[in-house]
Design a protein around this ligand. Structure first.
Ligand code: ZN
Length: 550
């Protein structure tokens, strides 16, 4: 069991925006952040994260909670598993009760083995010669912690001799077991340690120098290592990305290292995969301009197209750079073409232009039939973009195909889901009052004396909920609803007056037309109600009287 003290300590380290943004792309929206909800399908964001309240809430499906709940739901983890995951993310130590404590994965294995590989590199001439031949400097070797993984048996012996936990080493993807026992995952390869968002090492990339079939390999998927979510070099580029508002996404380790060496220190690389939706949350961090820099071969062009479609649909700013004639950025740095690189990086082809150009380039547009197909395909792509872009790029497609602009169709039926898509009627004034109390629970004292849940015409349920338990998560939808104004004390008082006048006037009407009531009782009620209304109209809040409620 994890001790309560260490859970509380962990909670103090959690930042909900940070936690959620490791999995979702969050966009700033007023005081909060928004995203499309990961728990139900939707196109219009109704998932809200509040840094002030440290909670999230979906207005579409009602999912909600704190950082721990999010990790549990999103990663499908149990409570203790979510705590352990967050603890490792935030570098917080969890303490366990003596009873049935479970040994924790020792992450030190990765750090230790990384140091071992680095040490071996300095003594290995073949590895060093290869790295030097690529133009990589001593400084970069240290900065990127380039290492060398020896023969399998050497790694296994090193782990054993240093009493490192072999089961952990296996879970962390350093070694594995086969028919002949344990073997190392990285054998006679130059190693590039890969860091996660928490700047802790999570795995390796390895390049063979002994002519092994697979030129590059990565760590296998582990608890910590998910290659479709990681970017090589991000740990070293992060600060510069925030500063320069730019991130350069390349295809390889060497590109990253060489670009950093030449001062392009916002370069990162995907780990042998294309950019995927899973990368978007990292790319969104700091809202940088994204520059996709790929090789000019068919695979590179196609990957750049797919990235352009995805990034433009997600409304990322930036564009594409293609390195022609097999010259990758690493070669250009090696050849000293820094000035040229500078120019290239300053002029990327915007994503939408690149995507449209790519589509049209597939067709022989002098042939009317082919032109028709090119129009159809670029039109379909255009329709997947925001209305503003559709309008902007209609002209571009028309020009490219030399056709009339009105032949390019845009859509105007983008069905915008309303923010409050519940069918129940809502009353803004009532909700504002509830929100004001939730914002400052000390106001409950004042309010308790004046109103009863039954005075709320539409939201008596919510008010009752508030009275029962002010921390009820179902109330988060009110706290986070940006359409509701934030009342100060004075405004709250005014709104309460209005609500009460409305309520007592309605009661007065009811009583006046009520037949089954004793005459004296009726007269008494009417007098009380009229008196209340007149007091309220003078701006005086009156305590409620149980007799006046029915
Ligand atoms: Zn939802």
């Amino acid at each position: 069991m994890i001790t309560k003290e260490s859970i509380d300590n962990l909670k103090n380290h959690l930042e909900i925006v940070d936690v959620v943004s490791q999995s979702l792309e969050l966009k700033k929206s007023g005081a909060n952040f928004k995203a499309c909800c990961p728990f139900h399908g939707e196109d219009t964001p109704s998932f809200v994260v509040s840094p002030a309240k440290q909670i999230y809430h979906c207005f579409g499906c009602g999912a909600g909670g704190d950082s721990i709940k999010f990790v549990m739901e999103y990663e499908k983890l149990t409570y203790p598993e979510a705590l352990e995951k967050l603890a490792s993310m935030y570098n917080v130590t969890l303490n366990y009760d003596e009873t049935n404590s479970k040994p924790k994965l020792d992450l030190k294995v990765l750090e230790t083995i990384n140091q071992y590989y680095q040490k071996l590199f300095t003594n290995n001439t073949i590895a060093k010669d290869y790295i030097k031949s690529r133009g990589i400097s001593e400084f970069s070797i240290e900065k990127f912690e380039i290492g060398y993984a020896p023969k399998s048996i050497d790694t296994i012996n090193y782990l054993k001799n240093n009493f490192l936990n072999l089961a952990d080493a296996k879970d962390l993807g350093v070694i594995d077991s086969g028919q002949n026992g344990l073997y190392s995952r990285f054998i006679e390869r130059i190693t590039f340690p890969i860091y996660g968002l928490n700047s802790k090492i999570v795995g390796f990339g390895g390049r063979t120098i002994t002519g092994h079939n697979a030129k590059y390999v990565n760590s296998p998927q582990t608890k910590l290592f998910n290659k479709s979510k990681l970017l090589y070099g991000y740990n070293l580029a992060k600060e510069n990305i925030y500063k320069k508002n730019r991130i350069i996404v390349t295809e390889g380790y060497l590109d990253v290292i060489m670009l950093h060496q030449a001062g392009f220190n916002t370069a990162v690389a995907t780990l042998g995969t294309a950019l995927t939706k899973d990368h978007l949350p990292i790319l969104r961090r700091g809202e940088p301009k994204v520059i996709v820099a790929y090789d000019g071969d068919n695979a590179g062009l196609n990957a750049a197209f797919k990235a352009s479609v995805m990034l433009s649909q997600s409304e990322f700013e930036g564009g594409v750079i293609i390195f022609e004639e097999g010259k990758d950025p690493a070669d250009m740095v090696k050849d000293g073409q820094i000035q040229k690189l500078n120019e290239i990086f300053s002029n990327p082809t915007p994503f939408i232009n690149y995507a449209i150009d790519y589509i049209i380039s597939k067709y022989e547009i002098n042939d009317p039939m082919q032109k028709q197909k090119a129009l159809h395909e670029s039109n379909e792509y255009l329709k997947s973009l925001s209305l503003l872009y559709q309008d902007e790029y209609k002209r571009y497609i028309a020009q490219k195909l030399s056709i009339r602009e009105n032949l390019v169709k845009v859509t105007n039926d983008k069905s915008r889901v309303k923010f409050d898509n519940s069918s129940t009627k809502i009353d803004i004034a009532e909700l504002c009052i509830i929100k004001a109390i939730l914002e400052k629970p000390s106001r409950l004292d004042l309010v308790l004396d004046l109103i009863d849940a039954s005075m709320f015409e539409y939201h008596n349920n919510e008010f009752q909920m508030l009275l029962d338990d002010i921390t009820n998560p179902s109330l988060n939808s009110i706290v986070l609803n940006e359409r509701l104004e934030d009342y100060d004390d004075k405004r709250l008082e005014n709104e309460l007056l209005i609500l009460l006048i409305k309520f007592y006037s309605k009661q007065l009407n009811k009583v006046l037309y009520e037949k089954d009531i004793d005459f004296r009782k009726k007269a008494n009620l009417i007098r009380k109600l009229k008196d209340n209304i007149s007091q309220l109209k003078k701006g005086k809040l009156v305590s409620f009287d149980i007799d006046l409620l029915k």
